[in-house]
Write a protein that binds this ligand. Structure first.
Ligand code: HEC
Ligand code: HEC
Length: 414
């Protein structure tokens, strides 16, 4: 048992409170628990474990690499500084980590992301109105930043198989694989590019910048060979992909439970689990080890009034958005494609109501599996408690002390 799961179990242990400054009672409580616990447990828990076992749920498998990008230490050692270095941003003020920061579950805690010309980290990040010599003000990014934690598993089927080459990325699935995804943000004016160079020459410019920094040349050479010729867009993408495949969490209480530790979930979490996969039918869309079908559904989340595009009509202009993973959701609020729901309880209430809250999403457009569920307030609480069991906080939170460009680590986030 690792330290984290040990701690979680201590928190859930009912007898623990007696150990705080009441030693006399402590012994009695201990003996009572020792003799009564096995039989009590059976009465309190009429077959939840058996019912869950019958669902045949699967924990996360180990990560697979694309055929042409087997992970190596040297690729990860390059991908990590690339992820943290604002040299990738046109105005040199935004890095990938600006919006995907370990302090915020590799997301940013904002409803809509703030890229170029922003200051600060997480929910405290704000747009600057002056500062850089931009030809005009830069809009906010029109979407909520998903976490990069476990993005390595995107596209996983309900049976746990996936192809890293075809892994769906973004709320509308418009890109596939981590390697192609990481070539998007540097070209986007509001996310990373600003007005430093035209979009069409983004990667010529980024590669030229990297090739001019000796430390990057040696990192690229160590990872791919060929000296300065190794500094290419394709190798940039492979290194970032390899790094992102190390940012994985697969040991949540839910995984521990599925891997055999029947005490890793509390009784209420087990109830929530059974509701999630039963009465509440969340599993129609949130299924498989990632708790997502990686498919697209219209729920009618209200538009975010701060969205510079006014309305976000999603995939195929039908207000379809990808079912997000529910793993680590406690760390990655606010929720939905535009951050319009602040808490997990609000999300479960919204899903329980099963009614579009967006006037552009008429009832006929709404997914047939999004419908009123009739959950009680206690049942909603149990589901929220279950969702909390999907968090594994034991991931790489390390922040490099410096990046090869010498710029501010993580961009303008201080
Ligand atoms: C300004 C904030 C911002 C920056 C900078 C940024 N991202 Fe993102 N990232 C987002 C947003 C917002 C989305 C969702 C966009 C969408 O769905 O249209 C996203 C999506 C992603 C996804 C897809 C996750 C999923 O499950 O769909 C990955 C992976 C990712 N970003 C990695 C990166 C990398 C690598 C970089 C640096 C090259 C980067 N991001 C830079 C905000 C940002
Ligand atoms: C019809 C498919 C469907 C069903 C059924 C469904 N969801 Fe979702 N869920 C989605 C989609 C799609 C989104 C994203 C919607 C958006 O951004 O517009 C989502 C978003 C969420 C989120 C926010 C995650 C994040 O990171 O933003 C949570 C939490 C969630 N669902 C939990 C549940 C629970 C609990 C249930 C059952 C009570 C449920 N869902 C039922 C499709 C579904």
């Amino acid at each position: 048992m690792n330290q984290k799961s040990f701690f979680l179990k201590r928190q859930n242990e009912p007898g623990k409170i007696f150990f705080k400054g009441f030693p006399g009672f402590c012994l009695v409580a201990f003996l009572a628990m020792f003799f009564l616990f096995p039989s009590c447990k059976k009465d309190d828990d009429p077959g939840a474990d058996e019912l869950i076992a019958a669902l045949g749920l699967e924990a996360l498998p180990t990560v697979s690499d694309p055929a042409d990008n087997a992970a190596t230490q040297a690729k990860v050692a390059l991908g990590r500084p690339l992820f943290w270095d604002p040299i990738i941003g046109g105005e040199k003020d935004v890095a990938c980590a600006t919006c995907h920061h370990p302090n915020h579950g590799y997301s940013d805690g904002l409803d809509l992301a703030i890229g170029v010309n922003g200051t600060g980290l997480g929910p405290a990040r704000t747009e600057n109105t002056g500062g850089l010599s931009l030809s005009k003000l830069i809009d906010r990014v029109p979407r909520n930043s998903p976490s990069v934690l476990n993005a390595a598993y995107n596209g996983m089927t309900s049976l746990g198989s996936y192809s890293p080459e075809n892994a769906l990325m973004f709320w509308d699935g418009r890109m596939k694989s981590l390697e192609s995804q990481c070539q998007g943000p540097p070209t986007s004016r509001s996310e990373m590019r600003g007005d430093a160079y035209p979009e069409a020459v983004t990667f010529d410019s980024v590669v030229a910048r990297l090739a001019a920094i000796p430390e990057y040349v040696s990192l690229f050479d160590a990872a791919f060979g060929g000296g300065a010729a190794a500094v290419t867009t394709a190798n940039y993408a492979k290194a970032i992909g390899a790094f992102e495949r190390t940012i994985v969490t697969d040991n949540s209480p839910y995984d521990q439970y599925l891997n055999g530790d029947k005490n890793a979930l509390t009784e209420r979490q087990k109830k929530g689990l059974l509701l999630f996969f039963g009465k509440a039918n969340c599993t129609n869309c949130h299924n498989g080890p990632m708790l997502s079908d990686f498919n697209f559904h219209a729920l009618g989340v209200p538009d975010n009034p701060a969205n510079p595009n006014v309305t976000d009509d999603g995939k195929d202009h039908l207000y379809l958005f990808r079912t997000p993973t529910l793993r680590n959701a406690t760390l990655t609020g606010p929720y939905m494609h535009n951050g319009m729901l602040s808490t997990l309880r609000e999300v479960v209430e919204f899903e329980n109501n099963g009614v579009s809250k967006n006037p552009n999403v008429l009832s006929g457009m709404v997914d047939l599996n999004f419908k009123p569920l009739g959950l009680t307030s206690d049942e909603i609480d149990d589901i929220v408690l279950f969702l909390e069991s999907l968090t594994d906080n034991d991931f790489d939170k390390s922040i490099p002390a410096s990046v090869p460009s010498g710029l501010e680590v993580g961009g303008n986030i201080h």
